[in-house]
Ligand binder design. Structure first.
Ligand code: NAG
Ligand code: NAG
Ligand code: NAG
Ligand code: NAG
Ligand code: NAG
Ligand code: NAG
Length: 279
């Protein structure tokens, strides 16, 4: 890790959380629509503080999104394996917590802005559908894209679903949601991600590997441990890792070239019980 990154971690890990309150976000609050892809680069470009955000604050927004996009919620819940679907639900909460916390880039000169209403909608739709390729649903298994890696298969199913169910979304919106799903396990070492894509990939790996993904405490600047503990209590991990790993192992046998086999993340390092040891 770069020295700057280590210094930032050192500074930020020293109890800043109690002094800062969560930011109040209106639907019109904006964030950068594109952000540096790597964790080291986003930390170098913005000062993050892992602000405590009460579960109720983010869960209310989650419930509003769920009811606004209930057909997508029901569609994905019917397809995704049950423990993996709960992983998607936790991810929505982590993403909302990060936006209410301190540091997600905003108002950077020259960078297009996206409103909280638009970003939370795109992020909800992508997160809730991102693992529809982790499935034993018969309709999914016979979808024309089923022979592809689960990320691409899932992206094609999501693309079809969005066109059928939410025809009011334009090509930019559908493209951002679908591309974020397709690329959520692909690691890039440079360049920018959409805010949606960044949130999707990093909340996904955080829910599997916890705080130490890119070295000890590498995700500590993003997420307050009390907030995460509250999310985990509401949406327990149960047998998520076992279910997910078994499905992916099966897919790797069927599709030896699948995207996930190129990944540097290792299931041996996954958090089996909780991300935050219960207090
Ligand atoms: C957010 O709003 C609450 C109540 O409306 C207020 O108590 C709090 O100080 C506000 N926080 C910030 C960071 O503005
Ligand atoms: C948010 O933006 C919309 C459209 O730009 C506007 O009509 C509305 O009044 C704004 N709301 C607030 C709270 O600023
Ligand atoms: C979502 O849709 C399902 C199935 O149509 C229905 O049973 C449920 O009540 C709906 N929930 C909400 C919050 O609208
Ligand atoms: C799909 O998998 C889940 C969890 O592993 C299991 O409970 C369910 O019975 C399976 N359904 C089918 C149709 O195989
Ligand atoms: C769930 O999936 C099955 C199998 O594809 C399908 O027959 C059923 O209609 C789906 N139910 C809902 C509520 O989408
Ligand atoms: C990524 O975005 C930043 C602005 O935030 C810009 O300066 C940089 O050139 C972009 N990087 C690439 C590879 O496009």
């Amino acid at each position: 890790m770069a020295p700057l990154f280590e210094k930032l971690l050192l500074v930020l890990s020293v109890g800043t959380t109690l002094r800062v309150s969560a930011q109040n976000i209106s639907a019109n609050s904006t964030f950068d629509a594109f952000v540096p892809t790597t964790v080291a680069q986003i930390l170098a470009s913005s000062i993050f503080q892992p602000t405590y955000v009460p579960f109720a604050t983010i869960h209310n927004t989650y419930l509003e999104l769920q009811s606004s996009f209930n057909s997508t919620f029901v569609f994905s819940q019917n397809i995704t394996l049950p423990e993996t679907f709960k992983h998607s639900e936790r991810m929505v909460h982590y993403g909302l917590a990060l936006l209410h916390s301190t540091g997600f880039p905003k108002n950077t000169p020259g960078v297009a802005q996206i409103s909280f209403a638009e970003l939370s909608k795109r992020f909800f739709l992508s997160a809730i559908m991102h693992d529809v390729g982790v499935t034993n649903n018969t309709e999914a298994l016979t979808h024309p894209a089923h022979a592809m890696s689960f990320e691409l298969w899932g992206a094609f199913m999501a693309y079809d679903h969005l066109h059928e169910t939410l025809p009011e979304l334009n090509a930019v919106q559908v493209g951002d949601i679908t591309e974020s799903i397709a690329l959520h396990t692909t690691q890039y070492l440079q360049g920018n991600s959409s805010a949606t894509g960044w949130l999707l990939q990093n909340t996904a790996i955080f829910d599997i590997w916890g705080y130490d993904v890119y070295g000890p405490g590498s995700f500590a600047p993003f997420w307050n441990t009390q907030t995460i503990a509250e999310i985990e209590q509401a949406f327990p991990r149960d047998t998520f890792i076992a279910e997910f790993e078994a499905d992916l192992t099966e897919q790797e046998v069927l599709k030896p070239n699948c995207i996930f086999t190129h990944s540097f993340w290792d299931f041996n390092d996954a958090k089996i019980s909780t991300i935050v040891p219960s207090y």
